[in-house]
Design a protein around this ligand. Structure first.
Ligand code: ADP
Length: 659
């Protein structure tokens, strides 16, 4: 009922009242203080009691509202040329007043009518505030969340004990003054303002020991805050700043004068021509935005035109964030539409295998008002995501070939993610990722790509050999690995749990299949050797069966081998599940049915232990079974597996020692 146009005087058949009457009516219509809605009150209390370090964001919020208001008017000016004439150049002005203890933020944007002042500032129901409220409830009043959200206009109550908003909507002759001292309520009264726009006047709270609100009136502090939070606002943020200059007619005397200065960069880094931005600027931008004191390993800029238009500025961090490999980590890029931020972490822009990438995408093709749900299905967004993915992949590939040391550093941090990427989504991304993978290898004990491995393959080798294990040194000692290296073959050392799964998903690389040399004996023997071994196995079938029986269920098969160097025996397996995969799979949460690898005991035909085994078998005494068990335990140990029955193993050894 406080609106001027409401009430008896608005009837169309009435005479226009005299201006004296209008004034009188206006006075009378000023309502008693209005109350904020209950939910707003709670939020206000939170604001007032928030901790100091978060309070500075109020300026960002007020400025971003001003910028939005100019945006709205600018949008209208595209079809209405009179707007530019009336309003002059768009700007946001900051006016600190130390005497009056006020900080004023002024804009020449669209302004608000009385009704808008009421509905916009009288209740907290705006997007940012709602999200904030939700978090507040979830975290049961944890004030730490304040800094993380755009809490809007209300944040000003963190620093001000009185707020006035003088606003005149574009197209209206009248202005209004909204005023509030916080939770007690607010008033809206008629007022005057020369042009359309809004003036927010914050009367700062008294300083206390902990909170120096008067700092917000200091020029350096205001400049810092604007650089920190509002640098890329598209309109100039101006303030009268003191500078010293030579006194007129003097050569060495300076005087301090006030000069109008623009405090923000206006043009975002990602919109400036690439050649004009220095590496330092990128690094500084990155470290301030993503709180990483290490500079990024790679900075990627892209300007796309054509089917979809966008500019992007991406970074690959030098190290994995502490929570990177946990489910707490949230991937995403910041999404802008023509310089206005519309989403802070747009997850749909990044595939999981590149979730470590940070940065910004700015596209005029995306609507400002698009909701999160709709964005997910947005064709343009999908196209952008696809482009970004191949851009990132090609930049990584460049780094791999041109800057190997840095690539290895990158791989150290995020390599496992790429391997998960090969495995995930049923191998959909393997083509994209396979040449970005690195594996440790027996070749000079370095990291290698699959491509490099294939180039080094021996004549006649048609498989890529690998062996899984706990560490390089342990794998190197595996009997099968030792034998393969001895014959001049290169072996990939798979030490990460995802490695084997990734290779299985790859299936083959450049038409070469992968061979776990601890599972399937690689084809390293000559035809004669193979034939001889086959005969041995056949003729000693009874011994092999007896060994298997002595070991009860422990192994699926027992056979002789001539591929080992010195070791008497080793463990290999049949089928795709290796012993290390068995371990990984069974450790996974939710692994109900235990997976079992089909183990094979391979006995070195050329070892003296084999002779002894044969002799004991011929004797037919008790000692044969003990011997088999000891041989099996021994083979497990050297193959990097644990001893299943340490008590049995220990007593077998003790028995042997006492002999
Ligand atoms: P949000 O900006 O998240 O919508 P705020 O509480 O900051 O929430 O602001 C509420 C509303 O008040 C804005 O959406 C806008 O309509 C209006 N408003 C705030 N400041 C201004 C301004 N300077 N000029 C015009 N309208 C404004």
């Amino acid at each position: 009922m406080h609106h001027r146009r409401a009430g008896p005087l608005t009837g169309t058949n009435r005479k226009e009242p005299s201006s004296v009457m209008v004034q009188a009516f206006r006075k009378a219509s000023i309502m008693a203080k209005k109350q904020f809605k209950a939910e707003s009150k709670k939020l206000l209390d939170m604001m007032v009691n928030s901790i100091y370090t978060h309070k500075e964001i109020f300026l960002r919020e007020i400025i971003s509202n001003a910028s939005d208001a100019i945006d709205k008017l600018h949008f209208r000016s595209l079809t209405d040329t009179s707007i530019a004439k009336e309003q002059g150049p768009y700007e946001i002005r900051i006016i600190p007043d130390k005497k009056g203890r006020t900080l004023t933020v002024e804009d020449n944007g669209c302004g608000m009518t009385a009704a808008e002042l009421e509905s916009n500032l009288g209740v907290i129901a705006k997007s940012g505030s709602l999200e904030f409220k939700k978090q507040l409830e979830e975290k049961s009043g944890d004030i730490d969340v304040i800094g993380q959200f755009g809490v809007g206009f209300y944040s000003a109550f963190m620093v001000a004990d009185n707020i006035k908003v003088l606003s005149r909507a574009y197209g209206s002759e009248e202005a209004n003054l909204w005023e509030s001292e916080g939770a007690s309520g607010y008033t809206v009264t008629p007022a005057t303002r020369e042009k359309a726009g809004t003036t927010v006047i914050l009367h700062l709270k008294e300083d206390t020991e902990d909170d120096r609100y008067s700092d917000f009136l200091e020029e350096y502090q205001i400049r810092n805050l604007i650089r920190k939070y509002s640098d890329y606002i598209r309109y100039p943020i101006k303030m009268l700043c003191s500078t010293s200059r030579l006194k007129e007619g003097s050569e060495d005397e300076y005087e301090s004068v006030l000069e109008d200065k623009v405090l923000n960069s206006i043009v975002p880094l990602w919109k400036r021509p690439e050649k004009d931005v220095t590496e330092e600027e990128y690094n500084k931008f990155y470290s301030e935005k993503y709180y990483d004191f290490e500079k990024p390993l790679l900075t990627i800029r892209q300007k796309a035109e054509g089917r979809v238009e966008y500019q992007s500025l991406l970074f690959i961090p030098s190290r994995a964030p502490y929570d990177y490999y946990t489910k707490e980590y949230e991937k995403g890029l910041q999404l802008y539409s023509s310089g206005v931020m519309i989403m802070d972490k747009c997850a749909d822009l990044l595939p999981d295998h590149f979730s470590f990438v940070k940065g910004i995408v700015d596209s005029p093709d995306l609507s400002l008002n698009i909701s999160r749900e709709m964005l997910q299905h947005d064709k343009q967004l999908k196209l952008i995501a696809k482009n970004l993915e191949s851009k990132i992949a090609s930049k990584l590939s460049d780094m791999l070939t041109k800057d190997r040391a840095n690539y290895e550093k990158f791989y150290e941090a995020f390599g496992p993610q790429l391997k998960f990427g090969v495995y995930n989504d049923y191998g959909t991304h393997k083509e994209l990722l396979q040449d970005l993978l690195l594996f440790r290898s027996s070749f000079e004990d370095k990291q290698t790509t699959l491509k490099e491995y294939v180039l080094r393959m021996k004549d006649g080798q048609d498989q890529i050999f690998y062996a899984p294990g706990m560490s390089d040194s342990q794998i190197r000692m595996l009997p099968q690995v030792e034998a393969a290296i001895d014959k001049g073959y290169e072996v990939l050392y798979l030490t990460h749990e995802v490695d084997e799964f990734a290779l299985h998903m790859l299936g083959e690389y450049q038409e070469k299949t992968f061979c776990n040399i601890c599972s399937e004996a690689p084809d390293l023997l000559t035809d004669e050797e193979k034939e001889a071994l086959k005969k041995e196995n056949e003729s000693a079938a009874d011994i092999l069966t007896a060994v298997k029986e002595a070991l009860a269920d422990a192994v699926a098969d027992v056979r002789f081998t001539t591929s080992l160097k010195g070791h008497p025996a080793c463990i290999s397996n049949e089928g795709v599940i290796s012993a290390s995969m068995e371990r990984t799979l069974n450790q996974m949460p939710g692994a109900e049915e235990r997976v079992k690898a089909q183990l094979v005991l391979e006995i070195n035909l050329n070892s003296p232990v084999c002779e002894k085994l044969k002799a004991l078998h011929a004797e037919g005494g008790e000692a044969f079974a003990d011997f088999c068990r000891l041989l099996y335990h021994n083979a497990r140990l050297i193959s990097g597996l644990d001893i299943e029955d340490p008590a049995q193993f220990s007593s077998l050894i003790a028995k042997l020692m006492a002999k």
